[in-house]
Design a protein around this ligand. Structure first.
Ligand code: NCD
Ligand code: ZN
Length: 343
Protein backbone atom coordinates (compact mmCIF):
# COMPACT_ATOMS: atom_id res chain seq x y z
CA UNK A 1 0.00 0.00 0.00
CA UNK A 2 1.44 3.40 -0.97
CA UNK A 3 -1.16 5.73 0.40
CA UNK A 4 -3.78 5.75 3.16
CA UNK A 5 -6.70 8.12 3.45
CA UNK A 6 -8.41 8.48 6.80
CA UNK A 7 -11.24 10.52 8.23
CA UNK A 8 -9.27 13.32 9.92
CA UNK A 9 -8.18 11.90 13.31
CA UNK A 10 -8.39 13.46 16.78
CA UNK A 11 -5.88 13.33 19.62
CA UNK A 12 -7.68 12.39 22.83
CA UNK A 13 -4.75 13.23 25.16
CA UNK A 14 -2.40 16.14 24.51
CA UNK A 15 -0.16 18.54 26.45
CA UNK A 16 0.53 21.88 24.78
CA UNK A 17 1.79 24.03 27.72
CA UNK A 18 1.18 27.79 27.52
CA UNK A 19 2.63 31.10 26.39
CA UNK A 20 4.92 31.65 23.40
CA UNK A 21 5.72 27.93 22.95
CA UNK A 22 2.14 27.44 21.71
CA UNK A 23 3.23 29.00 18.42
CA UNK A 24 5.99 26.43 18.05
CA UNK A 25 3.97 23.31 18.77
CA UNK A 26 0.27 23.85 18.00
CA UNK A 27 0.91 23.84 14.21
CA UNK A 28 2.16 20.22 14.46
CA UNK A 29 -1.06 18.97 16.03
CA UNK A 30 -3.35 21.25 14.01
CA UNK A 31 -1.88 19.97 10.72
CA UNK A 32 -2.91 16.41 11.56
CA UNK A 33 -5.83 16.39 13.94
CA UNK A 34 -9.25 18.01 13.89
CA UNK A 35 -9.54 18.20 17.67
CA UNK A 36 -7.50 17.39 20.75
CA UNK A 37 -8.30 16.89 24.41
CA UNK A 38 -6.03 19.43 26.11
CA UNK A 39 -4.52 18.41 29.44
CA UNK A 40 -4.99 20.93 32.26
CA UNK A 41 -1.70 20.36 34.12
CA UNK A 42 -0.38 23.90 33.80
CA UNK A 43 1.23 25.73 36.70
CA UNK A 44 -1.19 26.62 38.27
CA UNK A 45 -3.58 24.01 36.86
CA UNK A 46 -6.79 24.74 34.95
CA UNK A 47 -9.49 24.21 37.57
CA UNK A 48 -12.26 26.61 36.56
CA UNK A 49 -14.40 27.31 33.51
CA UNK A 50 -13.01 30.85 33.21
CA UNK A 51 -9.44 29.53 33.08
CA UNK A 52 -10.41 26.88 30.53
CA UNK A 53 -12.08 29.43 28.26
CA UNK A 54 -9.09 31.79 28.38
CA UNK A 55 -6.64 28.92 27.79
CA UNK A 56 -8.67 27.71 24.82
CA UNK A 57 -8.46 31.20 23.29
CA UNK A 58 -4.67 31.29 23.72
CA UNK A 59 -4.37 27.91 21.99
CA UNK A 60 -6.73 28.95 19.21
CA UNK A 61 -4.59 32.05 18.59
CA UNK A 62 -1.63 29.76 17.79
CA UNK A 63 -3.53 27.79 15.10
CA UNK A 64 -2.20 28.79 11.65
CA UNK A 65 -4.59 30.68 9.38
CA UNK A 66 -6.83 28.56 7.23
CA UNK A 67 -6.64 25.48 9.47
CA UNK A 68 -9.61 24.19 11.45
CA UNK A 69 -8.58 22.84 14.81
CA UNK A 70 -10.66 22.72 17.98
CA UNK A 71 -9.04 22.40 21.40
CA UNK A 72 -11.38 20.41 23.66
CA UNK A 73 -10.75 21.61 27.18
CA UNK A 74 -10.50 19.72 30.47
CA UNK A 75 -10.54 20.68 34.15
CA UNK A 76 -8.00 19.45 36.67
CA UNK A 77 -9.65 17.58 39.54
CA UNK A 78 -8.62 18.75 43.00
CA UNK A 79 -9.73 17.74 46.49
CA UNK A 80 -12.02 20.75 46.63
CA UNK A 81 -13.57 20.91 43.16
CA UNK A 82 -17.25 21.75 43.50
CA UNK A 83 -20.03 19.82 41.84
CA UNK A 84 -21.36 23.15 40.53
CA UNK A 85 -18.12 23.69 38.53
CA UNK A 86 -18.84 20.44 36.70
CA UNK A 87 -22.42 21.39 35.95
CA UNK A 88 -21.14 24.69 34.51
CA UNK A 89 -18.49 22.84 32.51
CA UNK A 90 -21.05 20.50 31.00
CA UNK A 91 -23.27 23.40 30.02
CA UNK A 92 -20.41 25.29 28.36
CA UNK A 93 -19.77 22.83 25.54
CA UNK A 94 -16.10 23.90 25.87
CA UNK A 95 -14.99 21.57 28.65
CA UNK A 96 -15.31 17.90 27.70
CA UNK A 97 -13.72 16.01 30.59
CA UNK A 98 -12.12 16.22 34.01
CA UNK A 99 -8.60 14.93 34.63
CA UNK A 100 -7.59 13.03 37.73
CA UNK A 101 -3.91 13.04 38.66
CA UNK A 102 -2.98 11.34 41.91
CA UNK A 103 -0.97 14.07 43.71
CA UNK A 104 2.69 13.78 42.77
CA UNK A 105 2.22 11.07 40.09
CA UNK A 106 3.80 13.02 37.22
CA UNK A 107 4.79 16.42 35.75
CA UNK A 108 2.83 19.29 37.38
CA UNK A 109 0.61 17.05 39.49
CA UNK A 110 1.35 18.57 42.92
CA UNK A 111 -2.15 20.00 43.09
CA UNK A 112 -3.68 16.60 42.29
CA UNK A 113 -6.04 14.52 44.39
CA UNK A 114 -4.72 13.42 47.79
CA UNK A 115 -7.75 11.30 48.69
CA UNK A 116 -10.38 10.25 46.14
CA UNK A 117 -13.09 10.29 48.82
CA UNK A 118 -12.72 14.07 48.95
CA UNK A 119 -13.80 14.26 45.30
CA UNK A 120 -16.93 12.11 45.57
CA UNK A 121 -19.36 15.04 45.21
CA UNK A 122 -17.58 16.06 41.99
CA UNK A 123 -17.51 12.47 40.72
CA UNK A 124 -21.21 12.11 41.46
CA UNK A 125 -21.82 15.16 39.29
CA UNK A 126 -19.60 13.79 36.50
CA UNK A 127 -21.48 10.52 36.55
CA UNK A 128 -24.79 12.33 36.43
CA UNK A 129 -23.74 14.52 33.49
CA UNK A 130 -22.11 11.70 31.53
CA UNK A 131 -18.84 13.65 31.42
CA UNK A 132 -15.69 11.48 31.25
CA UNK A 133 -13.16 11.28 34.06
CA UNK A 134 -9.68 10.92 32.54
CA UNK A 135 -7.34 9.04 34.83
CA UNK A 136 -3.58 9.04 35.16
CA UNK A 137 -3.57 5.50 36.52
CA UNK A 138 -0.48 5.14 38.67
CA UNK A 139 -0.18 4.84 42.43
CA UNK A 140 2.26 7.24 44.01
CA UNK A 141 3.32 5.09 46.97
CA UNK A 142 7.14 5.29 46.86
CA UNK A 143 7.50 1.64 47.93
CA UNK A 144 5.73 0.42 44.79
CA UNK A 145 8.13 -0.34 41.94
CA UNK A 146 7.84 2.23 39.14
CA UNK A 147 7.09 -0.55 36.61
CA UNK A 148 4.19 -1.86 38.75
CA UNK A 149 2.42 1.40 39.51
CA UNK A 150 -0.24 1.08 36.82
CA UNK A 151 -1.17 -2.52 37.63
CA UNK A 152 -1.37 -1.74 41.36
CA UNK A 153 -3.50 1.33 40.63
CA UNK A 154 -6.04 -0.75 38.72
CA UNK A 155 -6.49 -3.17 41.61
CA UNK A 156 -6.25 -0.83 44.56
CA UNK A 157 -7.84 2.40 43.27
CA UNK A 158 -9.71 1.94 40.00
CA UNK A 159 -11.71 -1.20 40.79
CA UNK A 160 -13.05 0.21 44.10
CA UNK A 161 -13.83 3.54 42.40
CA UNK A 162 -15.87 1.84 39.70
CA UNK A 163 -17.79 -0.12 42.33
CA UNK A 164 -18.84 3.19 43.87
CA UNK A 165 -19.59 4.81 40.48
CA UNK A 166 -20.71 2.05 38.12
CA UNK A 167 -22.10 4.47 35.50
CA UNK A 168 -19.14 6.87 35.51
CA UNK A 169 -17.45 7.32 32.12
CA UNK A 170 -13.76 6.68 32.68
CA UNK A 171 -10.82 6.83 30.28
CA UNK A 172 -7.74 5.13 31.64
CA UNK A 173 -5.13 7.29 29.92
CA UNK A 174 -1.96 6.16 28.17
CA UNK A 175 -2.18 2.51 29.20
CA UNK A 176 1.11 0.61 29.25
CA UNK A 177 0.50 -2.92 30.48
CA UNK A 178 -1.17 -6.21 29.62
CA UNK A 179 -3.02 -5.90 32.93
CA UNK A 180 -4.59 -2.63 31.76
CA UNK A 181 -5.59 -4.18 28.43
CA UNK A 182 -7.24 -7.14 30.20
CA UNK A 183 -8.97 -4.84 32.62
CA UNK A 184 -10.41 -2.57 29.89
CA UNK A 185 -11.61 -5.57 27.89
CA UNK A 186 -13.41 -6.98 30.92
CA UNK A 187 -15.31 -3.81 31.88
CA UNK A 188 -18.54 -2.27 30.67
CA UNK A 189 -18.69 0.11 27.74
CA UNK A 190 -18.41 3.30 29.80
CA UNK A 191 -14.74 2.42 30.46
CA UNK A 192 -12.17 3.08 27.70
CA UNK A 193 -8.44 3.67 27.28
CA UNK A 194 -6.03 5.73 25.19
CA UNK A 195 -2.74 4.40 23.84
CA UNK A 196 0.33 6.49 22.89
CA UNK A 197 2.62 5.94 19.89
CA UNK A 198 5.67 5.38 22.11
CA UNK A 199 4.02 2.55 24.01
CA UNK A 200 3.17 0.84 20.70
CA UNK A 201 6.64 1.28 19.18
CA UNK A 202 9.12 0.96 22.05
CA UNK A 203 9.83 -1.00 25.19
CA UNK A 204 11.88 -0.23 28.29
CA UNK A 205 15.13 -1.36 26.68
CA UNK A 206 14.92 1.71 24.46
CA UNK A 207 15.48 3.93 27.51
CA UNK A 208 18.86 2.30 28.09
CA UNK A 209 20.18 1.55 24.58
CA UNK A 210 23.94 2.25 24.80
CA UNK A 211 23.41 4.80 27.60
CA UNK A 212 20.56 6.58 29.34
CA UNK A 213 18.19 8.20 26.84
CA UNK A 214 16.08 10.88 28.49
CA UNK A 215 13.94 11.44 25.40
CA UNK A 216 12.44 7.97 25.88
CA UNK A 217 11.41 8.77 29.44
CA UNK A 218 7.72 9.41 30.05
CA UNK A 219 5.15 8.42 32.63
CA UNK A 220 3.82 5.83 32.82
CA UNK A 221 7.28 4.56 31.92
CA UNK A 222 7.84 2.21 28.93
CA UNK A 223 7.38 -1.41 29.97
CA UNK A 224 8.61 -4.87 28.93
CA UNK A 225 8.19 -6.18 25.38
CA UNK A 226 5.31 -8.47 26.38
CA UNK A 227 3.32 -5.41 27.45
CA UNK A 228 4.07 -3.56 24.22
CA UNK A 229 2.78 -6.57 22.32
CA UNK A 230 -0.43 -6.62 24.36
CA UNK A 231 -0.97 -2.91 23.61
CA UNK A 232 -0.42 -3.42 19.88
CA UNK A 233 -2.93 -6.24 19.90
CA UNK A 234 -5.49 -4.08 21.69
CA UNK A 235 -4.96 -1.02 19.46
CA UNK A 236 -5.22 -3.06 16.25
CA UNK A 237 -8.11 -5.26 17.43
CA UNK A 238 -10.92 -2.99 16.28
CA UNK A 239 -12.28 -2.87 19.82
CA UNK A 240 -13.74 0.67 20.19
CA UNK A 241 -12.71 0.81 23.86
CA UNK A 242 -9.13 1.58 22.72
CA UNK A 243 -8.41 4.83 20.89
CA UNK A 244 -5.69 7.33 20.03
CA UNK A 245 -4.18 9.66 22.62
CA UNK A 246 -0.59 10.71 21.98
CA UNK A 247 0.26 12.14 25.42
CA UNK A 248 2.68 14.32 23.45
CA UNK A 249 4.31 16.22 26.32
CA UNK A 250 6.88 18.83 25.29
CA UNK A 251 9.68 19.85 27.63
CA UNK A 252 12.71 21.97 26.73
CA UNK A 253 15.90 20.13 25.87
CA UNK A 254 17.46 21.52 29.06
CA UNK A 255 14.62 20.25 31.24
CA UNK A 256 14.96 16.77 29.70
CA UNK A 257 18.76 16.50 29.54
CA UNK A 258 19.20 17.20 33.20
CA UNK A 259 20.41 15.44 36.35
CA UNK A 260 16.70 15.19 37.20
CA UNK A 261 15.07 15.15 33.78
CA UNK A 262 11.33 15.72 33.27
CA UNK A 263 8.97 12.95 32.20
CA UNK A 264 7.36 13.46 28.80
CA UNK A 265 7.88 12.48 25.15
CA UNK A 266 7.13 14.87 22.29
CA UNK A 267 5.37 13.17 19.37
CA UNK A 268 3.06 15.83 17.90
CA UNK A 269 5.45 16.52 14.98
CA UNK A 270 4.76 13.06 13.50
CA UNK A 271 1.94 11.66 15.57
CA UNK A 272 -0.32 10.01 12.99
CA UNK A 273 2.72 8.89 10.98
CA UNK A 274 4.11 7.10 14.06
CA UNK A 275 0.81 5.31 14.60
CA UNK A 276 0.73 4.35 10.90
CA UNK A 277 4.19 2.82 11.32
CA UNK A 278 3.07 0.81 14.37
CA UNK A 279 -0.10 -0.42 12.65
CA UNK A 280 1.71 -1.29 9.42
CA UNK A 281 4.34 -3.34 11.28
CA UNK A 282 1.46 -5.45 12.52
CA UNK A 283 -0.35 -5.66 9.18
CA UNK A 284 -3.25 -3.70 10.57
CA UNK A 285 -3.36 -0.46 8.57
CA UNK A 286 -7.02 -1.23 7.89
CA UNK A 287 -7.68 -0.80 11.63
CA UNK A 288 -6.04 2.63 11.91
CA UNK A 289 -9.05 4.75 10.98
CA UNK A 290 -11.29 3.29 13.67
CA UNK A 291 -8.62 3.76 16.34
CA UNK A 292 -7.54 7.24 15.20
CA UNK A 293 -10.69 8.86 13.84
CA UNK A 294 -13.85 7.07 14.98
CA UNK A 295 -13.84 5.37 18.40
CA UNK A 296 -12.73 8.39 20.43
CA UNK A 297 -15.30 10.70 18.83
CA UNK A 298 -18.03 8.12 19.46
CA UNK A 299 -16.96 7.76 23.08
CA UNK A 300 -17.06 11.55 23.61
CA UNK A 301 -20.38 11.67 21.70
CA UNK A 302 -19.00 14.09 19.13
CA UNK A 303 -19.48 13.93 15.34
CA UNK A 304 -16.66 12.57 13.19
CA UNK A 305 -14.51 15.20 11.49
CA UNK A 306 -15.97 16.13 8.08
CA UNK A 307 -12.69 16.03 6.14
CA UNK A 308 -9.90 13.53 5.47
CA UNK A 309 -6.13 13.30 5.60
CA UNK A 310 -3.83 11.30 3.34
CA UNK A 311 -0.50 9.70 4.21
CA UNK A 312 1.82 8.54 1.45
CA UNK A 313 4.78 6.18 1.46
CA UNK A 314 7.61 8.68 1.09
CA UNK A 315 10.67 8.72 3.36
CA UNK A 316 11.37 11.95 5.28
CA UNK A 317 13.74 12.80 8.06
CA UNK A 318 12.58 14.07 11.42
CA UNK A 319 14.49 17.25 12.38
CA UNK A 320 17.12 16.99 15.15
CA UNK A 321 15.22 19.60 17.13
CA UNK A 322 12.43 22.14 16.99
CA UNK A 323 12.24 25.62 18.41
CA UNK A 324 10.56 25.80 21.82
CA UNK A 325 10.25 29.45 22.88
CA UNK A 326 13.82 30.54 23.60
CA UNK A 327 14.92 26.92 24.04
CA UNK A 328 14.83 23.81 21.84
CA UNK A 329 12.73 20.67 21.89
CA UNK A 330 13.97 17.19 20.96
CA UNK A 331 11.20 15.28 19.20
CA UNK A 332 10.64 11.52 19.29
CA UNK A 333 12.91 9.81 16.71
CA UNK A 334 14.94 13.01 16.21
CA UNK A 335 17.10 12.76 13.09
CA UNK A 336 15.58 9.39 12.10
CA UNK A 337 13.66 8.47 8.99
CA UNK A 338 9.89 8.07 8.78
CA UNK A 339 8.29 6.07 5.99
CA UNK A 340 4.81 7.59 6.05
CA UNK A 341 4.37 11.24 5.18
CA UNK A 342 1.39 13.51 5.60
CA UNK A 343 0.38 15.22 2.34
C1 NCD B 1 3.22 14.58 31.14
C2 NCD B 1 3.67 16.03 31.13
O1 NCD B 1 4.86 16.28 30.87
O2 NCD B 1 2.84 16.92 31.36
N1 NCD B 1 4.37 13.72 31.18
C3 NCD B 1 4.43 12.42 30.78
O3 NCD B 1 5.48 11.80 30.97
N2 NCD B 1 3.42 11.83 30.19
C4 NCD B 1 2.31 14.35 32.28
C5 NCD B 1 1.55 13.06 32.19
O4 NCD B 1 0.64 12.91 31.37
O5 NCD B 1 1.87 12.13 32.93
ZN1 ZN C 1 -0.36 13.15 29.74
Amino acid sequence: MNSITLIRPDDWHLHVRDGEVLNDIIPHTAARFGRAIIMPNLKPPITTMEQAVAYQQRIQAAVPNGIHFTPLMTLYLTDNMRASEIAAAKQSGIVHAVKYYPAGATTNSDAGVTDLKKTYAALESLQQHGMPLLIHGEVTTPEIDVFDREAVFIDSVLQPLLKDFPELKVVLEHITTAQAVDFIQSTSKNIAATITPQHLLFNRNDIFKGGIRPHYYCLPILKREQHREALVKAATSGNPKFFLGTDSAPHSQTAKQNACGCAGIYSAHAAIELYAEAFEKNNALDKLEGFASVYGADYYQLPLNPDKITLIKEPWQIPQHYQFGNNTLIPLKAGEMMQWKLT
